[in-house]
Design a protein. Sequence first.
Length: 412
Amino acid sequence: MSAAATATVADDLFFARAALPAYREDPYPLLAELRAEAPVYRSPLGVWLLTRHEDVSRALRDPRVGNRPAERAERAAAVGGHYRLAAVEIPSPISALDRPEHGRIRGVLGHAFPPKAVEPLRARLEQLADELLDAVEARGEETMDVVADLALPFPLTLACELVGIPPADYDAIREWGNVLAANGDPDFLTTPEQRARATAIEREMGTWFAQLVRRRLRQPGGDLLSGFVAGLGDGTRLSFAELVVNGLFFLVNGYHNTVNLIANGVLALLRHPEELARLRRDPSLIRSAVEELLRYDSPIHSIARFTREPYEVGGVAIPEREQLMLLVGAAHRDPAAFGDPDRLDLSRDEARPLSFGGGPHFCMGASLARMEGEIAIGALLRRFPRLELAAEPVRATTFTLRGLSSLRVAIG
């Protein structure tokens, strides 16, 4: 059978099976079938699915693959995702752009948030984790919900503080973010009602955030949004519309993936008591543990890309302007890249996970997300040494993002 040949799992319609509850609970058997039988597979929907680690990693870095099919003069009409906010057209965020727009905007955002700015946040993150767990203990209850009590408010609070958002708005952002998470799935995996709701939320958030941008334009502060407004020393600035859409992108993506990293990671540890005990005995493993937890049950399971010119993968010729779905979850369990890939091994030192993408679109907040995972999971395990599952975890229904809606645990 050739790499692109029709396979049993393809005949059964991968996406139909992926929409079932069984896939949400454990997607890896189906992903393994697809990777073994048709690692480069064009679905009946016209989307090419890539499942091998080597193929996914290369596509993330190859300039022949981008966020959009190709640069064109009529790009604004082709990109999509635009909407109007009063008299201003709001463009697509940085995540949907390629060079040169992507490089220009990333330069401004990255300048305002350099890697060296991450380490000084450690003290605030440790304090925040303690505050959240203090609140859990103060309730005097025997259980807690890891998602609601720690994984969600921990990165959300920090993202809001960094952007300079008042605490009174945190609840609204939480509700908006829950709706937008599902909007990251392809249209064929969402309903028209979901898409309409997400569009309405985007407009609502855009209106709210535009007011915040206007305040920073009038009176800059020491927050990240003020840094975005200031631009670069060479005079490079973002337009008002670019500030709105990319500031919002930073805010929502600045916490959502970390929520899933923490929740998925805690669940994986609870389901592997030997590795949990190993981490308790040797807390210095926490850094490599987070890398392995990112691989074992990644918060990002799929990344969308387009071929900008004819592109060959594993001997299969993919035409230009075709959509690729890079199945990160499948790549992370590829036995060609990881020994015994279905085993959780907190000291694993093989290839780093692809949860933060790669190449020019590598996540600018990856270092911060890793630090947040280390601090939140480490604090939880120290505070509650007899942690165990208290109820069946509730999986979120999204395909692109893999996370939990609830993870109730007994805290002893």
